[in-house]
Design a protein around this ligand. Structure first.
Ligand code: TYM
Length: 333
C-alpha cells in the first residue's frame, strides 16, 4: 500500500543517537521505498516554544537539514522543508486549537515534564505544541508518522483532533487518522549517564548522549564513561529488564546491528562490560562517524541547503495550500 509519510524534528541543536535510532533511521528506510511519499519537516515553530537565540536557531535549522541528508534522506525523493515558511501550518494550528479540548491537552505528559514545577511560566506555545504537531500531520493527509516512543501520546491526540473535526463538521474522512510508526525492538534511547532518563538534547552533560556530529574519539570516550552496573552482562531478557543501563546499551547495539535484544543478550551473555563496550564503540563509530563528517561537509554548502529548503517549501506549499483552502470552506470562512 502506498504510504504518505510525515515527520518532524526540532532544530534545537545537539541532534543525537536517540533522534537517529528513534526516528531518522526510519525516515531513511521509508525514503528508500519508492512506493512512499515522504515529507520531513524542520519544525522551527515548535522550537520557539522555549526561548531560542535567533542566530543559533538559524544554524540549527541548517544543521537539521544537513543531518537529514547526511543520514541518507534524498531531497530528490522526499520533501524537506522548514515549517515556518509554509504558513498553512500556523493557520491550521489555530483552527485545530479551537477543536482540541483543554482536558485533552492537560493530559500531555511531555508538557508536564518540559514545564516542570513552574508551569505558570511556561509559554502558551509549549502547552498547545501538540496541536501544531497535529496540524503538521493532517495538512498532508499523512497515513503514517515515524516517531520515537515519546511522541506516541501526541499522535493519539492528533487522531482525536482529526476525528472530532470530521464529526463536528460532518465531513467523514476529511482528515485521515495517522498511524504511528515506532521502532519495535527498542524505541527509547536513554541517557548514557542514567538508564532511567531519556537521551535528550537539553541534558546539560554532553557525556549523556552521542551527538550526530561527534568524532571517533568522542564516541569512544563517551561509551567508556557510560554508566553501567557492577555485574557481568545479563544472560536473559528478564534479568536485562531489571538493569536499565545494561538494557540501554544492549538496545543501542541491537538497533545499530539490526538485531534483536534476545540475540544481543545471547551474544554477550555473562561477558564483562569492557569487552562489550569495545564492540559497541566499534559499531557506533562505523555508523555515526560517516554521518558526522557528511554533516560538517554539508554545513559548508549553505547555498545547497537553502536550495533544498526552497524547493521543499514550494512542494509543501502546493499540497498544504489546497488542504487549508478546503478547511476554510468547511469551517465557513
Ligand atoms: P524532537 O525534535 O524532540 O525529536 C525528533 C524525533 O526523535 C525522537 N526522539 C527519540 N527517540 C528515541 N529515543 C530518544 N531518546 C529520543 N529523543 C527524541 C522523537 O520521538 C522524534 O520522533 N514533536 C516532535 C516534532 C514534530 C513532529 C511533528 C513529529 C513536530 N511536528 C509531526 C512527527 C509529526 C519533537 O519534538 O521531536
Amino acid at each position: 500500500m502506498k504510504k504518505k509519510i510525515f515527520s518532524g524534528v526540532q532544530p534545537t541543536g545537539n541532534l543525537h543517537l536517540g533522534n537517529y535510532l528513534g526516528a531518522i533511521k526510519n525516515f531513511v528506510e521509508l525514503n528508500n521505498d519508492s512506493e512512499n511519499e515522504c515529507v520531513f519537516c524542520v519544525v522551527d515553530l515548535h522550537a520557539i516554544t522555549v526561548a531560542q537565540d535567533p542566530k543559533q536557531l538559524k544554524n540549527n535549522i541548517y544543521e537539521t537539514v544537513a543531518t537529514f541528508i547526511a543520514s541518507g534522506i534524498d531531497p530528490q525523493k522526499s520533501i524537506i522543508f522548514n515549517q515556518s515558511k509554509v504558513s498553512a501550518h500556523s493557520e491550521a494550528a489555530w483552527i485545530l486549537s479551537c477543536v482540541a479540548r483543554m482536558g485533552w491537552l492537560n493530559r500531555m505528559t511531555q508538557f508536564k515534564e518540559k514545564a516542570g514545577k513552574d508551569k505558570e511560566k511556561a509559554s502558551i506555545g509549549l502547552y498547545s505544541y501538540p496541536v501544531l504537531m497535529a496540524a503538521d500531520i493532517l495538512l498532508y493527509d499523512a497515513t503514517h508518522v515515524p516517531v520515537g516512543d515519546d511522541q506516541k501520546q501526541h499522535l493519539e491526540l492528533c487522531r482525536d483532533i482529526a476525528q472530532k473535526f470530521n464529526n463536528d463538521f460532518k465531513v467523514d474522512n476529511f482528515f485521515i487518522s495517522p498511524e504511528p510508526l515506532i521502532q519495535k525492538e527498542f524505541s527509547r534511547i536513554m541517557s548514557l549517564k542514567d538508564g532511567t532518563k531519556k537521551m535528550s538534547k537539553s541534558e546539560l552533560s554532553d557525556l549523556s548522549r552521542i551527538n550526530l556530529t561527534d568524532e571517533k574519539d568522542q564516541i569512544i570516550n563517551k561509551i567508556k564513561k557510560a554508566k553501567t552496573d557492577p555485574l557481568p552482562l545479563p544472560s536473559n531478557i528478564d534479568e536485562l529488564n531489571k538493569r536499565p543501563e545494561a538494557k540501554n546499551l544492549i538496545g543501542i547495539y541491537s538497533s545499530l546491528t539490526e538485531s534483536t535484544l534476545e540475540k544481543t543478550v545471547e551474544k554477550f551473555s555473562e561477558k564483562n562490560f569492557s569487552d562489550f563496550k569495545e564492540n559497541l564503540s566499534q559499531v557506533l563509530v562505523e555508523k555515526i562517524v560517516p554521518i558526522s563528517s557528511e554533516i560538517k561537509k554539508l554545513l559548508g554548502e549553505k547555498k545547497y541547503l537553502d536550495e533544498v529548503l526552497a524547493d521543499g517549501c514550494k512542494k509543501a506549499e502546493t499540497f498544504s495550500s489546497k488542504k487549508i483552502k478546503k478547511i476554510h470552506e468547511i469551517v465557513g470562512f
